[in-house]
Design a protein around this ligand. Structure first.
Ligand SMILES: [Zn+2]
Length: 470
């Protein structure tokens, strides 16, 4: 972080943050950090003069970040070279040279308030286009605001407040919603002609597949962890998405991999595992193997509260969306140190890191509908299947894998983890998982290469070396 920045005296304010290297437009400069506080705590701190009025950065509807030393050093400018996106990611919106001061437009980070006039600081930014004051986002000229939205430089909570929330009680009406450019958090790691597609879980993100993906890439395989439709954005995005949209994201990713890979293994975590089955059944010629990590047909693990089963009588999506499924402890993770880190990321308000803290009922019912469609297709799965399931899975009981074993037609290999909860890609036995998954992929790659008379890629060479060492 600080390798990117240095703090120095600034013409705008006493001190400012300066680039210690050049940045391309779109590049992440800094993750704004500090102490996450609910609104009432921030109000109390301002009232008792413990923090300045203009220092906290709002990161979602109910949370502010009391910025740390470094994050608080970025000055405002009416002609900025950076902006905040997602919840708290500061990124370059113009080419920034080493030594240049990094600024962002404070007004774009402040939701419209009932009495914006009470929060209007004088601006000393010195830009030719200086507006003379800093207010909330409603005080920004429409053209400037639109340009900021178009380049993705407005935080999610602001967009939500302006265009999606029914609770916009201010008089400010920004006009019809613009097309909101979504960011793609997919992970793509280029390797040989054997590809592995890894699908994240419901309300999850490509990052939860990242470590496993990286271990496969290290073995020479091409790895793609796509961002599924409706994910990495807001609660409202997830509420609106349909399971067919997830399938479309997965299919597009499969075709992207297939463009450079002869052999493709599809795998996924939890809901992503069900989606893998769905895709493998529908595209038997494109998929040569299936790897299921804690597959979840039924949400019936030991930590599922009995009242959650009542949700099964809900049959319509609008009604389903009246329910919320908060991500409760243990958050799918047995290891307490890992769990604390994931929980902190989840609470950061940036859903692209650890996913959403609350899953809308609408997404849960979409999961159920996808399961229904997929169960009917299990008999078409003739590819080899690897299943990794924790014995103590708190979300999905072991009977989930029993059902899959009975109904698919391909050979099945099952590994039961004894020291892990549901999020197996992150929890204690992830190294075991990486090892077994790597071996599975290597075997299929070798077989497929032999069948097609092709040349083995680096992945198999690596696997052979590992095998020789054992
Ligand atoms: Zn200004």
């Amino acid at each position: 972080m600080t390798a990117n920045l240095k703090i120095d005296s600034s013409p705008i304010s006493a001190q400012g943050a300066f680039a210690s290297r050049a940045f391309e437009p779109g590049e992440t400069i800094h993750w704004m950090d500090g102490q996450f506080l609910p609104t009432w705590r921030i109000v109390a701190k301002i009232a008792t003069l413990q923090v300045n009025f203009d220092d906290p950065l709002q990161v979602d509807d109910r949370t502010y970040l009391q910025l740390d030393e470094v994050s608080n050093r970025f000055n405002h400018s009416c002609a900025p070279n950076a902006a905040v996106r997602g919840a708290r990611e500061l990124f370059a919106i113009a080419p920034i040279a080493a030594g240049e001061e990094i600024t962002f437009d404070y007004s774009l980070t402040v939701q419209p308030m009932l009495r914006a006039r009470y929060w209007a600081m004088r601006c000393n930014c010195g830009a030719a286009s200086c507006r003379g004051h800093i207010g909330d986002i409603s005080t920004v000229p429409a053209g400037v605001r639109q340009a900021a939205i178009d380049r993705g430089g407005v935080q999610d909570h602001i967009l939500h407040r302006l265009y999606r929330s029914p609770w916009n009680w201010t008089k400010f009406k920004p006009g019809p919603p613009p097309t909101l450019p979504g960011r793609d958090h997919s992970i793509f790691l280029k390797g040989g002609r054997t590809g592995v597609l890894l699908l994240h879980g419901l309300g999850g993100t490509p990052i939860e597949m990242g470590e496993v993906g990286a271990s496969l890439a290290a073995r020479g395989y091409t790895v793609l962890c796509p961002q599924l439709a409706g994910h990495c954005g807001t609660y409202a995005d997830l509420k609106a998405v349909r399971w067919q949209d997830w399938a479309a994201s997965a299919e597009a990713a499969l075709r992207r991999l297939k463009a450079t890979c002869d052999t493709v293994i599809i795998g996924g975590l939890s809901t992503g595992a069900v989606l893998s089955l769905n895709i493998a059944a529908r595209f038997p010629n494109l998929v040569q193997g299936v790897a299921l990590l804690a597959p979840t047909l039924w949400i019936n693990g030991w930590a599922v509260p009995y009242h959650a089963y009542l949700f099964n009588i809900v049959l319509q999506k609008p009604i389903a969306n009246m329910f919320d499924f908060p991500d409760l402890p243990p958050h799918g993770i047995k290891d307490e140190a890992i769990r604390r880190r994931v929980k902190a990321a989840m609470d950061s308000g940036d859903s692209s890191i650890a996913g959403v803290p609350v899953t809308p009922g609408g997404a849960v019912i979409e999961h159920r509908w996808m399961v229904k469609a997929t169960l009917a297709d299990l008999k078409w799965i003739k590819q080899p299947v690897l299943m990794v399931h924790p014995r103590e899975d708190e979300i999905a009981d072991l009977n989930n894998i029993a059902h899959i074993i009975r109904n698919v037609r391909g050979p099945v290999e099952t590994i039961t983890l004894h020291d892990s909860y549901h999020i197996v890609t992150v929890d204690r036995q992830r190294d075991e998982l990486k090892h077994r998954l790597g071996a599975f992929v290597a075997r299929l790659a070798a077989r497929h290469t032999a069948e097609s008379g092709g040349v083995a890629d680096f992945g198999e060479a690596f696997a052979a070396k590992i095998a020789a060492q054992q």
